[in-house]
Design a protein around this ligand. Structure first.
Ligand SMILES: [Zn+2]
Length: 388
């Protein structure tokens, strides 16, 4: 999930939103200003309804962020690094860099979000009661009650027992504890997620056909479709992780890759390396020998002929974020599920400050294919069941 809008860091975690969250903000503001508030407190001015609608939408997105941050902070307490927390059209996403190591950790991380939503719901009930007792505006009371209700709905919906919802994580943790086999538990939770997603989508279609609530039906259809496809993607990722269990980065990387000096022009580089290197991408090194980025063959080929004598590789290099650096002994499964830089580079491998390898998307594909052929067992992914 791309963060187009950055809100800053909360407890060191980059928090932001994708553009699509603005759609959600508008839909909620419209729902509250045009239907919910006029129904609850009739006879007020449109300006008041809309002012309250926008405030409620913003407060609801803030409570979504609180839900995600609760996941993130509990995950961090269990030793998992947090990449980001991002709002988007269908809610919030917390990107974790790694997996919970035990079913207990899995369960606690999953429950933290809905627990926070319930807490937020209770806080909004309290706010409504306080405003009402103080003789405050009735629109404010209705707005706080709406927020309380929505946080409750959010907690309840998220507890549906199918991945990628929190309830799916709860199911996974319980199955994992029961079977002592993480991969099998993951398959169970993602299968449940596909089934629930399909059911929601069917309900959405029924709503479109049988009732007048076109928007509500389409939204349910979209949500169901998204959930089923996310569950399917997660199932694929889980199988890939199981295949790479026990495999190190050093086992999948292209060792000692050809390096591209940043000061060379594109023309000189093609002259020196053209046809000799089989790599689809190159780490770019600066004059001091340090990593200055990566450049892909596709990116080189986009430089038009007259420019090739002027453009230097340093100008073309894509920066390498820290999470794209790996050590040879890191587990290869950690590299799964990330967007390759320039469509190619999954990791630059460094050992003691030296670039010793390059992992591309095709390296990963290759490794997965061979592990599958070799009939890699998934037992390595299973762990002894601890008690909780
Ligand atoms: Zn959640």
């Amino acid at each position: 999930m791309r963060q187009n809008i950055r809100f800053g860091r909360f407890a060191g975690i980059p928090v932001g939103a994708s553009w699509s969250a603005i759609v959600t903000l508008a839909i909620i503001a419209d729902l509250v200003a045009a239907s919910a508030l006029p129904a609850a407190v009739p006879g007020q001015s449109a300006a008041l309804y809309w002012g309250a609608g926008v405030a409620v939408a913003a407060a609801f997105l803030a409570s979504l962020l609180a839900h995600e941050l609760a996941h993130a902070l509990v995950a961090r307490r269990h030793g998992i690094k947090i990449r980001s927390v991002t709002l988007w059209m269908l809610g919030g996403v917390t990107q974790l860099d790694g997996d919970p190591r035990t079913p207990q950790a899995d369960l606690q991380i999953a429950l933290a979000g809905p627990a926070m939503s319930l807490l937020a719901g209770a806080a909004f009930v309290g706010a409504a009661a306080a405003i009402s007792a103080a003789g405050g505006p009735r629109v404010a009371v209705a707005a706080a009650m709406w927020l309380a209700l929505m946080n409750g709905v959010l907690a309840a919906f998220n507890l549906l027992p199918g991945a990628p919802l929190d309830g799916g994580r709860v199911l996974r943790a319980m199955l994992w504890h029961h079977w002592a086999d993480r991969h099998r538990a993951e398959r169970g939770a993602t299968s449940a997620g596909r089934a629930i997603g399909a059911m929601l989508a069917i309900l959405g279609v029924a709503e479109v056909l049988l009732t007048t609530d076109l928007i509500g039906g389409l939204w349910l259809l979209l949500l169901g479709w998204f959930m089923a496809s996310a569950a399917a993607a997660e199932q694929g990722a889980a199988s890939a992780r199981a295949l790479l269990a026990g495999v190190r980065v050093a086992d999948v990387m292209t060792p000692d890759p050809d390096l591209a000096p940043s000061w060379l022009t594109v023309a000189d580089f093609i002259r020196q390396f053209g046809g000799r290197s089989g790599q689809p991408a190159f780490p770019v090194i600066g004059p001091g020998g340090g990593l200055a980025g990566v450049v892909t063959v596709a990116r080189l080929s986009r430089v038009a002929h007259p420019g090739r004598d002027q453009v230097r590789l340093g100008q073309l290099a894509l920066p390498v974020p820290e999470e794209y650096l790996a050590s040879p002994d890191d587990p290869a499964a950690r590299l799964l599920g990330r967007d390759p830089l320039g469509g190619e580079v999954v990791a630059v491998v460094e050992d003691g400050g030296q670039i010793t390898g390059l992992v591309t998307a095709s390296n990963i594909q290759h490794a997965l294919r061979w592990r599958k052929l070799a009939g890699a067992t998934v037992s390595a992914a299973a762990r002894p069941a601890p008690h909780w």
